[in-house]
Design a protein around this ligand. Structure first.
Ligand SMILES: N[C@@H](CCC(=O)N[C@@H](CS)C(=O)NCC(=O)O)C(=O)O
Length: 216
């Protein structure tokens, strides 16, 4: 069977280009694996049938000939196991890739998302005035450590891997708040990773669905 993943039929402009199916599309594009996208809406996500596939009623969900999965990070690692384009073949190299995927999702994304949510969902609320500097400081600590690790390398492990792919999807959400501008090597890294042709194809895939399904 052809690999399938789910994506939203349409989302409001602020979320376009940031829905997490992008990670899976990008991984599949890097790996050169054919796939089809199953577009879903809120009604489909709430259905018992979909919850058997994605228990939290979210996108993305994924299936191939061997397995049904959810959680974009887990799916990217599953695809990386199929392709040298995303991960070295040796066990130690693959373990390093898993390490960076989990680091992106567990050591950077929570701090990044806290700041992003303060600036978007809670923008203008009085309590955010006190909370924001703490959130910014906590994120900066993590970004400083990541920046120190990256140094002048092009990629986290010296070559592009699934770890860079997931890390980039986390960092790019920080563009609007300017958090990356204090770390020029991280900003250059984000730009370098987003310049990959596979990223461009993945982004175009997500955006083309939104253009085609724009509400009247
Ligand atoms: N940890 C999940 C998060 C998935 C997620 O947050 N999906 C969002 C879109 S980016 C979603 O479906 N939101 C709708 C909802 O939660 O009801 C993953 O990485 O796959």
């Amino acid at each position: 069977m052809t690999i399938q993943l789910t994506a939203f039929r349409w989302v409001p402009p602020f979320a376009q280009g940031y829905v997490r199916d992008l990670r899976i599309r990008w991984a599949l594009e890097e790996a050169g694996l054919p796939y089809e996208v199953v577009l879903v809406d809120g009604e489909a996500l709430a259905s018992d049938r979909y919850r058997q596939w994605q228990p939290f009623g979210q996108v993305p969900a994924y299936r191939d000939e061997a397995v049904e999965m959810f959680e974009s990070g887990a799916v990217v690692l599953h695809i990386a196991a199929k392709s040298e384009a995303l991960s070295p073949r040796d066990a130690a190299g693959a373990a390093r890739v898993s390490t960076w995927v989990i680091a992106a999702l567990n050591s950077i994304e929570p701090q990044a998302q806290t700041l992003v949510q303060l600036d978007s969902f809670y923008a203008g609320q009085a309590w955010t005035t006190e909370r924001r500097p703490q959130a910014q400081a906590s994120l900066d600590l993590r970004l400083a450590s990541l920046s120190a690790w990256l140094g002048d390398k092009d990629y986290l492990e010296g070559r592009f891997t699934a770890g860079d792919l997931v890390m980039t999807t986390v960092l790019r959400e920080l563009v609007d708040c300017g958090a990356l501008l204090r770390f020029p090597n991280l900003e250059a890294y984000r730009v370098r990773c987003e310049a990959r042709p596979a990223f461009g194809r993945a982004m175009e895939g997500q955006m083309s669905a939104f253009r085609e399904n724009e509400p009247a």
